[in-house]
Design a binder for this molecule. Structure first.
Ligand code: MG
Length: 470
């Protein structure tokens, strides 16, 4: 009898062992997903179909929203490029790393500074946790070798290292003319591969397409291991470029063509994940570095119902059209109004990757995974709105108090101090139209005290943006 049962027992035990292994591999895999962060440049809150744009068609981003979470109160940490990217990469307000300034708002080709070596970048932490890593796109955290992505934890880099409107050549038409009729030659920006310049001027008409091809190829090459892909698009920052296939497609004109090509790109990424059966093991974030550049008229985007745009601490400058997608883990079809910021992407990604979090410094992010799973509200209760080193406004729950307001780039550009602060309830009044300060002195007092507590945690560090190129 025992002889008869033995083979069966062995088979059962083998099955149990295999099942156990498979469960543990799956659990491990599910515990540490692949991570993709897609970061648009100057895309406004109102520029996607799923965020209400009537004539820009974004079927791929709309599908990503339908299959995941649309985050309606999600912020960048700054209304301009360099500080915003520094916060995403470090999980810290830019004032803590010195990646902001009151005199030079971003890094330029004649800047000698960049992301300090002492910062623990998201990618360094993920690399340490065993991830293959690639940065494809606009870096803007320093273009000297020691600041480039490949000196900050990325295995490879392909992209334009700063804004696509920099290195404007002297014989380009003056004023806005070169932006309205953009030619690749007007901007002598380099396209880099790792530490080398691969092309100059970069052919920006095919830049979105080439970033996408690189991204798909990176995913394919790393399909069997864990990977982190950071894909910060150079567009729709002005000057606007798109490839032949997208010329004249959008009812919204050139700007719409550019956004529709980025939408196509997102579709390519998600389709690649589906094709390789990685979709249930990959978290994909989509957001933007700052609001739309409104002074460029129809070449700038739209903040939708939000006030103002890029460069300001009104919500239009910092609240971003944001999505998070992870089929099977993040419930589909969510419209999630929980508060979030790009610094939370840092903390959430490190937690998902089981990566070690730096403990010797202040981090300004929260782990949002339970919120994204629909299990809880957001652990974040506050948002800080900085312009350079100055705390202009603070949000606590639905309440936003402006201590100082300043318009973006043109017109009345003087800082105006408010005492008492101007107060809006952003959940009732997302357009910041109705100052309710007089009705809520207690809320103003509480926000002022919270702002003072926050400022005490900020240690002054030298600005990296003010270091000239030697
Ligand atoms: Mg930007």
């Amino acid at each position: 009898m025992l002889k008869k049962l033995l083979p069966c027992l062995v088979a059962c035990l083998a099955l149990l062992t295999t099942a156990g292994q498979s469960v543990s591999t799956e659990a491990q895999a599910a515990d540490t997903p692949n991570i993709i962060v897609i970061f648009a440049d100057d895309l406004g809150y109102g520029d996607l179909g799923c965020f209400g744009h009537p004539t820009i068609k974004t079927p791929n981003l709309d599908l990503m929203a339908a299959e995941g979470a649309r985050l309606t109160q999600f912020y960048s940490a700054s209304p301009v490029c360099t500080p915003s990217r520094a916060a995403l990469m470090t999980g810290r307000l830019p004032i803590r790393s010195g990646m902001c300034s009151d005199t030079r708002r971003v890094l330029f080709p004649n800047s000698g500074g960049g992301i300090p070596a002492g910062e623990v970048t998201m990618v360094e932490a993920l690399k340490e946790a065993g991830y293959a890593t690639a940065c494809i796109g606009k870096w803007h955290l320093g273009h000297l070798p020691q600041f480039l992505p490949t000196s900050n934890g990325f295995d490879s880099y392909f992209g334009i290292p700063y804004s696509n409107d920099m290195d404007r050549v002297n014989d380009a038409p003056k004023g806005r003319e070169s932006f309205w009729n953009p030619k690749v030659e007007y901007w002598n920006v380099p396209l880099m591969r790792n530490f080398e310049i691969a092309e100059r001027p970069a052919d920006q008409t095919t830049i979105t397409k080439r970033y996408t091809e690189e991204a798909v190829s990176f995913i394919e090459k790393n399909k069997d291991g864990k990977f982190f892909l950071y894909l910060p698009h150079s567009l729709p920052h002005v000057p606007l470029f798109r490839s032949k296939e997208f010329e004249g497609r959008s009812l919204r004109g050139l700007y719409g063509d550019v956004v529709e090509e980025i939408d196509w790109s997102v579709g390519q990424i998600l389709d690649t994940l589906r094709r390789l059966k990685l979709d249930e093991n990959t978290i994909v974030w989509f957001t933007s570095d700052n609001g739309p550049w409104l002074t460029f008229n129809d070449h700038g985007g739209s903040a939708g119902l939000l006030r103002e745009g890029k460069g300001t601490t009104w919500d239009g400058g910092m609240r971003e059209p944001s999505l998070c997608w992870w089929p099977g883990t993040i419930p589909a079809g969510q419209v999630n109004a929980g508060l979030g910021t790009t610094m939370d992407i840092y903390v959430t990604n490190l937690a998902l990757a089981n990566a070690a979090r730096p403990t010797d410094r202040v981090l300004d992010g929260y782990d949002l995974i339970d919120m994204l799973k629909g299990k809880t509200g957001s652990p974040r209760k506050e948002v800080f709105y900085y312009r350079g080193t100055r705390l202009m406004a603070m949000r606590v729950g639905p309440w936003k108090a402006h201590f100082v307001t300043q318009e973006s780039y043109t017109g009345n550009n003087k800082a105006v101090e408010h005492d008492p602060p101007v107060l809006y309830n952003l959940e009732v009044d997302p357009s910041e139209k109705w100052d309710v300060a007089a009705d809520h002195p207690d809320i103003i007092d509480a926000i002022k005290r919270a702002a003072e507590r926050h400022i005490r945690t900020v240690k002054p560090v030298p600005s990296q943006l003010e270091i000239p190129l030697k």
